[in-house]
Design a protein around this ligand. Structure first.
Ligand code: GNR
Ligand code: NI
Length: 179
């Protein structure tokens, strides 16, 4: 098992469209185990392979309190979506930014599991939100892309500012209002 570095906005590699997994192998399962470890350590409730610089259609989730109910989706497809809900989202690749995003309230998903078997199920609430958020990562989309231009701009500025503060010296902070 290994902790994988998580790419952060505005890294261009977050925009790469992931390729479907042609065959679920031991290598895929190794990636899944590393992704789960990375997600739990972050900590987060979901992680897409794109975020760890592996452009393959693989995502992991765990919304349980005990962090012992991992969900693995390989080559996920949305078969159905209905309703709309607004939830405050965050993203491990956009640290420090939390904004409300509108998504389908209920979805039906088809995907392979870690054994390569087809699974089909319905999801709603935070699980549905999270699956849609992770599937967006697989097509190079971030939740900040769904915000109004003004909020997206603010998110971009905040991300830059936070990055400067975490890596002092890399790019000196501007004076004034920090924009
Ligand atoms: O940990 C995460 N929490 C979260 C909260 C609300 C909506 C989506 C998410 S996903 C996020 C982890 C992440 O960035 N996955 O891509
Ligand atoms: Ni994310």
């Amino acid at each position: 098992m290994a902790l994988l570095p998580i790419l952060e906005f505005p890294d261009a590699r977050l925009r790469i469209k992931a390729q479907p997994v042609s065959k679920v192998t031991e290598e895929t399962r190794q990636l899944i185990d590393d992704m789960l470890e990375t997600m739990y350590a972050a900590p987060g409730i979901g992680l897409a392979a794109t975020q760890v610089n592996i452009p393959q259609c693989v995502l992991v989730l765990d919304l349980s309190e005990e962090k012992n109910e991992p969900l693995v989706l390989i080559n996920p497809e949305l078969l159905h979506r209905e309703g709309q809900e607004e939830t405050e989202e965050g993203c491990l690749s956009v640290p420090g930014v939390f904004e409300k995003v509108k998504r389908a309230e209920k979805i039906k998903v088809k995907a392979l599991n870690r054994d390569g078997a087809v699974q089909e199920f319905e999801a709603e609430g935070l699980l549905a939100v999270c699956i849609q958020h992770e599937m967006d990562h697989l097509v190079g989309k971030l939740f900040v892309d769904l915000l109004s231009p003004l909020k997206r701009q603010l998110a971009r500025k905040k991300a830059r500012k936070d990055q400067r503060q975490r890596e002092p010296g890399a790019s000196p902070a501007k004076s004034g209002r920090g924009l």
